[in-house]
Ligand binder design. Structure first.
Ligand SMILES: [Zn+2]
Length: 58
């Protein structure tokens, strides 16, 4: 299955990652700040998740 990541707009093969755990809510907040149109139900690609995880650590 392929999908377009709503954050980086790239075509990704596989499944989008969904945010489930509570600790990831902070990452969701950062992404929403930068991408107001993005909804977390759409998920995110692994690259973006890594990127924003790093931002969270500073
Ligand atoms: Zn992405």
């Amino acid at each position: 299955m392929e999908y377009i990541c709503d954050v980086c707009r790239k075509k990704i093969s596989g499944d989008p990652l969904k945010f489930i755990s509570h600790t990831e809510e902070h990452i969701v907040d950062i992404i929403k700040e930068r991408h107001p149109d993005w909804v977390k139900e759409n998920g995110i690609c692994p690259k973006c998740l890594e990127h924003y995880k790093k931002q969270l650590k500073g």
